[in-house]
Design a protein around this ligand. Sequence first.
Ligand SMILES: Nc1ncnc2c1ncn2[C@@H]1O[C@H](COP(=O)(O)OP(=O)(O)O)[C@@H](O)[C@H]1O
Ligand SMILES: [Mg+2]
Length: 446
Amino acid sequence: MAKHVSHTVGLDIGTSRVTCIIGEPGDGGLIDIVGIGEAEARGLRKGVVVDPESAVEAITRAVEEAERMSGLEAEEVAINLSGSHIMSFNGQAIVAVSGREREVHLDNGNGHGRRSAHAHMAVAGRDREITADDVRRAIESASAIQLPAGREIVDRLPQEFIVDDQDGINDPVGMIGARLAVKVHIVTSPITARQNVINGVNRAGLMVGEMVLEQLAAAEATLTDDDKEFGAALVDIGAETTGLIIYQRGAVQHTAVFALGGSHFTNDIAFGLRTPIPEAEKIKRIAGCASGLCLSEMERGELIDVPSVGGRPPRQLSRQILCDILQPRAEEVLSHVADEIRESGWEGQLSSGVVLTGGGARLHGMVEIAEQVFDAPVRVGYPERDRFGGLVEDIQSPAWAAASGLCLMAQRVKSAEMRASASRGAQAGGLGALVSKFRNRFGGIF
Ligand SMILES: Nc1ncnc2c1ncn2[C@@H]1O[C@H](COP(=O)(O)OP(=O)(O)O)[C@@H](O)[C@H]1O
Ligand SMILES: [Mg+2]
């Protein structure tokens, strides 16, 4: 079946790190992770390329490392869309089903209607079968909105289809109906921001395939189908940006990006303890804690060495003081997210609670403080072991969620394309690229 399906590459271009994962189709539908690469990034600010040379260099280093490890070559890569310039909203539209005309056979009541003489009293053209083209028209119509100059739609995520009066439909193709309504989550970005990222990837000698909102990719790697169905908010805490994605009823209901992230915590330590940024970063990772509740009495009193700036001698400060700096910042960042969730109207409907990903989720005490702020169950999201094989143990960190999700989504698209081209034959090749893309990325479910 999957014999010609080859490897796919997920490339997560972050503000602080570029991460690359190469995966191959493995046994039991798993993606075998065969290559992992990472490089410190300096070429982006808040998700926007500001220093193309540095960005290209970091991309090249991360990809080459993953290539060396896997012995495979990266050509086309799936990349993340991120940055506080990304804006999303929901749209909807209704179209008349034009689809294939279909004969409606009347049942003669004896249970053999289709084969009886009555069965041929067909009413032609009354009901119609919904085609992929109808779905594409509906989605396009729902996203036909006036955008501010210089902005473009970068993704359309169908939330729900309604056929006549039947709502809650995931995939209406093949259903019979007269009216097809769709609700779509629309993601937009400034055209130049997207082009600059693509340019950077191209200059590193790579082609861009899928482009996926970063928190969506992280969710594909870490959330379960139940999380998406019963409601979950995923919060991806990067260095300078934090992404939010809300799922309910199996679909993306809301997304947002905030210009806040882990570097704000580091800056607070540097400022508060008067220590250089690289030292502040180390202190945060080793001794930092975002919630006072997580420290025992003894840990509170533990002393940490704090190098000073300007040649002054190092000092010693307690972990409690460090926590006093980090906790208000954590509360501030998470409160912005909580406000957004409240305003989106989904607050009371997230049975699976909140999932934290991104490097920022690694800060000690983040889960505990987030539980207080969201007043909901919170967990850290790791690339799920029921989706990944191979070197999966090496990426058991929330910081690998986006890259692994990108690799996974690219693999699904590739497998589905292979299946489609194998079975194409008699079928018209006109299946809207848009529709097939949605179906494939989410493993057949919209
Ligand atoms: N062990 C850790 N403890 C606390 N913070 C961490 C840890 N590891 C990474 N971070 C923070 O995570 C952020 C980077 O997260 P990442 O998801 O890699 O960001 P980006 O995608 O923006 O490059 C940085 O602010 C970094 O300080
Ligand atoms: Mg990131």
